[in-house]
Design a protein around this ligand. Structure first.
Ligand SMILES: [Zn+2]
Length: 168
């Protein structure tokens, strides 16, 4: 059985896969985060590839048959490109569950105003009342994505943990 979806989406990530395909991670309005394949998108004749850049806002046509395939994408603009927005994409990719739509998060991302702190809040990791996991200091300035824990700066440095997110 094949399902077809037409949904607004933000491109989170793009990786080469196989001979000529791309693996595209999307955050969609209707389906949440999904991993899709864009067949032959790395061929020089592919018109699809240019629409599948991270930060792009697209209207995507997806076909689901065992796995998702993105068969068409129309670019409607892009989120501002800066180190914050790149970090936001990574947070969304790492912390959202596949196939679980979240309308509040979608609206936040689409607005172009998303920050690391606001995305963490939308995902239920509010930093406002968080304390450092290690020493209990208030106003921790780092969020360790893999551990889902807040750390203050001194403890973060001591921990030597590589995967983190610095709050502004
Ligand atoms: Zn600490």
């Amino acid at each position: 059985m094949t399902n077809e979806y037409f949904t607004d989406a933000i491109i989170l990530d793009k990786e080469p896969i196989g001979e000529s395909d791309l693996q595209i991670t999307l955050y969609t309005k209707d389906l949440g985060r999904i991993t899709t394949r864009a067949v032959s998108a790395r061929k020089i004749t592919s018109k699809l590839a240019s629409h599948l850049e991270p930060l792009n806002l697209v209207q995507a046509r997806l076909v689901q048959k065992n796995r998702f395939q993105v068969v068409d994408a129309l670019c409607n603009g892009a989120l501002p490109k800066n180190s914050d927005s790149i970090a936001v994409l990574q947070l969304v990719k790492d912390l959202t569950a596949e196939g679980q739509p979240d309308y509040e998060l979608w609206e936040l991302l689409k607005s172009g105003q998303a920050t690391g702190a606001s995305v963490l809040r939308a995902l239920g990791f509010d930093g406002q009342f968080a304390v450092c996991e290690n020493c209990g200091n208030q106003n921790p300035s780092y969020f360790l994505v893999k551990q889902l824990e807040y750390f203050c700066a001194p403890c973060f440095v001591k921990s030597g943990k590589p995967v983190s997110f610095a709050l502004e």
